[in-house]
Design a protein. Sequence first.
Length: 388
Amino acid sequence: MLILIQRLLPLVGAIGLSALVLFLLASLTAPESSARNGGSAASSTIDIVELETGPATTTAVITEAEVAPPIPEEKAVKPPPPSIEEEETPKNEVARIQDPYPFPPFSFETINTDARAALVNLLCTTNGQTNLLPTTASGVLIDARGVILTNAHVAQYFLLSESKRTNLGCIVRHGAPAKALWKAEVLYVPPIWIEEHAKSITEERPTGTGEHDYALIRIKSALDGTPLPTAFPALTPDTRENIAFLDDPVLTASYPAEFLSGGGAQFSLYPVSALTTVRDLFTFGSGKVDIISLGGIAAAQSGSSGGATVNAWSRLVGIITTTSEGKTTAERDLRAVTLSYIDRDIGIQSGSNLSDLLSGDIAQKASDFNLNTAPNLVQLLLDGIAAR
């Protein structure tokens, strides 16, 4: 039976900041590749399961010492159908893509290098704005022209920063530690997310399911006035259905900041990577995989919102969005919204898809959005602030 995601979970854009243990990637090997002979193979299937409410199991964290990839938990996986050519997969099941790429997986050392290069920190400071709290979050470059994929609950601050009615400033940072480099503007955020969540913008621990929680931000200039790079490092999104499947090894990369003290988030913020596996598959009601569970890893804390979830082929398959409650990261369950869901929902909300949004003149598309759509969304957010 297909179970809907209904429980609200904390969003993981940082507001409260307190000490962070830094984790660096060791030399790890990718899982063995299956045969890539181009032949057809029966796809395994699995139910999309109910949202768990218990503590998440601790997964492997990338440390300076060499560690092995995490051992997947046992799952009740249904056997493959007798013949996928003769029997259609039931509606309450999803099927794994067999041999998804025509090349073998990379080492996780290589994947981590790719993910760190494309990872950015998004920092917004209030400059005396009393009703807003400073926020730090993550994002990932998905286009060499400087397009960042992050969460809507992060991009809302960038929307507000364009208004003269706020004293909010937002910048894009990069590196280890994060260094202020660029200015950015919103290219696209689903209006439906702002309409449903504008009233909670001043809450210290806002909640959500992750539905519609994505946005695109475009780097538009350098803070020091120098020319932008001719090409930004970027991860390739994979928007195919079921590309992130149960027990698949994945790497997360983000800028968590919840356990930093004092001005750590502003002056000594470092990226953190962790290896884990896909623990569970969830749906908003589409019958498709919309959210994946990643367990209790180092990224399960404030500041990781918008961080990358990357598969063994160095493809972006999800972005971090929510986590369950828990005093420590090991007691939480981190979740990511899938790229397949984002692609589908962009189609529902705008009539295009992710590839369409990234095609053509993205500067003009950002200008059109900020001229025609953003003003109404900014007003909703201002109304939410005034209602506090």
